[in-house]
Design a binder for this molecule. Structure first.
Ligand code: SF4
Ligand code: SF4
Length: 219
């Protein structure tokens, strides 16, 4: 009798659980049939790594990217390319960046989302965005240019409130002449170790008739 009642309770609890909101959401819908469907895509977590995107320096009004090529050299799939140009804002004294990115392209069809480009960039210029819905019918249709990469970066910043990791180093605001110079750190002299039995050439003067003659002998 007790076991039968226990079985009924288990069935009832299981049935009630089945009526609750599902744990697994059907992509791209959110919500469920009881509460009504929502057409918003399922949100991704903050730590989600989508396609790489370029960041924008609002203080100056230009990209952070100087097209230094470090990320392009280190990309394991060689899916990136870029060109640089002289920065006109630097010539006008409005930006600290002498060079600025001119063109930038990533073939997202070849990108493996490894994040190496972000790790090696010294200028806070590239980030793994939340963008992931870029399916195309052709293998090479997923080439994105500078404008698209910057747009992805702006959307990522609006969603996450991204700020540069090293603003003091990577700010584009020009340094004024009367600004305090950065403290200079002296490097410690390199330690040189000479093996105990290594012969060292020394110059000695041999007292001969010709006092001006010199000879080299190992010590
Ligand atoms: S994203 Fe960074 S590492 Fe890549 S070219 Fe631009 S500044 Fe250099
Ligand atoms: S995430 Fe990896 S594969 Fe994709 S562009 Fe960056 S370095 Fe290349």
């Amino acid at each position: 009798m007790f076991n039968s009642l226990k079985g009924l309770v288990v069935t009832l609890v299981s049935t009630m659980n089945g009526l609750r909101a599902p744990v697994t959401r059907q992509y791209p819908d959110t919500g469920n049939r009881l509460t009504g469907r929502v057409s918003e895509p399922t949100p991704v977590k903050d730590r989600f790594m989508g396609f790489p995107a370029l960041t924008w320096d609002d203080e100056i009004g230009e990209p952070f990217c100087t097209s230094c090529m470090v990320c392009i050299r280190d990309c394991p799939t060689q899916c990136m390319s870029a060109t640089m140009k002289d920065n006109p804002l630097h010539a006008q004294g409005k930006s600290r960046r002498r060079k600025i990115v001119d063109e930038f392209e990533i073939n997202l069809g070849r990108c493996i989302l490894c994040g190496i480009c972000v790790d090696v960039c010294n200028f806070d210029a590239i980030e793994m965005s939340h963008e992931h819905e870029l399916s195309k019918f052709q293998r090479n249709d997923n080439r994105v240019d500078l404008a698209q990469l910057l747009k992805m970066g702006k959307e990522y910043r609006e969603k996450t409130g991204w700020t540069p990791k090293h603003p003091e180093k990577n700010s584009g605001i020009p340094i004024k002449k009367d600004d305090k110079p950065r403290p200079f750190r002296k490097r410690a002299p390199k330690k040189t170790t000479t093996p105990a039995n290594t012969p060292v050439a020394v110059e000695v003067e041999i007292p001969t008739e010709d006092a001006g003659e010199k000879a080299k002998t190992p010590s």
